[in-house]
Design a protein around this ligand. Structure first.
Ligand code: FAD
Length: 392
């Protein structure tokens, strides 16, 4: 593993820090201020625009499509600094991490010219239409149908958990185009205008009180044939590109993010006098050990990427480790605070860091479901790393 930086990379880091110092609003990073703005659309639009104008979006994309042709390590440095400063992710997260890279790999020249610039500028926001009520972990079981009629597909069906569909302009959608083929075949990948007649978006409220996800219904929705990405019935291969993106450049960011949460937990222990308790001290020490395991595991995978190798199933270990560590740390903090730890911001009674830990705990529940559930990742570790027989 070799993750040392060249002088140019150090200069790039300085440039990112300067940008963050000058552009994050005053008070940013004090927990509640950041949490409250996380769902403020106008604030996020403005933030995304600033990132774009400073060349910090789609940095590794080819220059001909508006990228900077930056290296993987520069992208990782940007992500790491953003995490350290708790800067919000750009609004068009799905477009930037999924649609753009997928179109660069599989799109036609017309699709690249039509969509990529507007993904970068944030003019068009995207959502991901993959999961369905009967197709989540087993995504290939999806049933939303698209029939090719002349130059158009006609789409009917339902998607669920579609993050950001309530404000997205476009959706990358997996549909079944050949119901007679084996389930991983017969799937196609379409780009769908969310303003098309026949689309209904219904928000789903989460236990945090927020509504980030939606059900999306398609009734005779017409999609031009030129919005097919890749070949007809070959959408599974295209979808794999979408899902395998980021390729480890989030490693530094994840390590930085959980380091911050760890230090907040340790500080909480000091603030409320729990640092004197033997059990609390043992627990905090264990979090520190877990954090180091996570960090060096992530760095090792990223080092592989830098040397031109493709990360393997060890990505499942990292996903299990960070999502479950986050949940354990948030849960521990709420326990430390006692019954009052469950109060959310705005409650009648004040508490240390009021609302921050309770909200963090509620938000962390989804981490072991999104991007593959913990059970599915454990299956991957069992079968592909430990070579155990396939479960039924
Ligand atoms: C925060 C968040 C954002 C999301 N955003 C999007 C989005 O924008 N677009 C989108 O398309 N989807 C999105 N999803 C959906 C996500 O991809 C699915 O929730 C996930 O794939 C799990 O599918 P499911 O919810 O249908 O659960 P299921 O697959 O029905 O699983 C239910 C339970 O059974 C377990 N299980 C299933 N199969 C097995 C097995 N073989 N072995 C052992 N246990 C098993 C699972 O681990 C789980 O505990 C999002 C989810 C979350 C939490």
């Amino acid at each position: 593993m070799d993750l040392s930086y060249t002088p140019e990379e150090e200069r790039f880091r300085e440039r990112v820090r300067k940008f963050l110092r000058e552009n994050l609003p005053a008070g940013w990073g004090t927990t509640n201020y950041s949490l409250n703005n996380r769902t403020n659309l106008e604030f996020l639009r403005e933030w995304t625009r600033k990132l774009y104008e400073n060349g910090f979006l789609g940095m590794s994309w080819p220059k001909e499509y508006g990228g900077q042709g930056a290296t993987q390590i520069e992208v990782a440095i940007l992500n790491e600094e953003m995490a350290r400063w708790r800067a919000p992710a750009p609004l068009n997260y799905m477009g930037l991490t999924m649609t753009g890279p997928t179109l660069i790999a599989h799109g036609t020249e017309e699709q690249k010219r039509r969509f990529i610039g507007k993904i970068l500028s944030g003019e068009e926001l995207w959502c991901q239409g993959f999961s369905e009520p009967g197709a989540g972990s087993d995504l290939a079981a999806l049933r939303t149908r698209a029939e090719l009629r002349g130059d158009e597909f006609v789409v009917n069906g339902q998607k669920v958990w579609t993050s950001g569909a309530h404000y997205a302009d476009w959706c990358f959608l997996l549909v079944r185009t050949d119901p007679t083929a084996p389930k991983h075949r017969g799937i196609s990948y379409l780009l769908v205008d969310m303003k098309s007649p026949g689309i209904t978006v219904k928000p789903l409220r989460q236990m945090t009180g927020e509504a980030d996800f939606n059900e999306v219904f398609f009734e005779d929705v017409r999609v031009p044939r030129e919005n097919l990405v890749g070949r007809l019935n070959d959408g599974w291969r295209v979808a794999m590109t979408t899902l395998s993106n980021e390729r480890g450049t989030m490693a530094f960011a994840l390590a930085a993010r959980y380091e911050i949460i760890f230090h907040e937990v340790a500080q909480l222990c000091r603030d409320i006098g729990a640092a004197r308790s033997l059990t609390a001290r043992q627990q905090v020490a264990q979090f520190y050990i877990d954090l180091q395991c996570l960090k060096y595991g992530l760095y090792r995978t990223f080092s592989k990427v830098l040397h031109g190798e493709t990360p393997g199933p060890e990505g499942s270990i990292a996903k299990l480790w960070w999502s479950e560590l986050d949940q354990r740390m948030e849960e521990f903090a709420v326990h430390l605070l006692g019954p009052g730890g469950q109060l959310l911001e705005g409650s009648v009674r004040d508490n240390v860091d009021v609302g921050r830990w309770a909200m963090g705990l509620l938000r962390a529940r989804c981490l072991t479901i999104a991007a593959g559930t913990s059970e599915i990742h454990r299956n991957t570790v069992a079968e592909r790393i430990l070579k155990m027989p396939r479960g039924r």
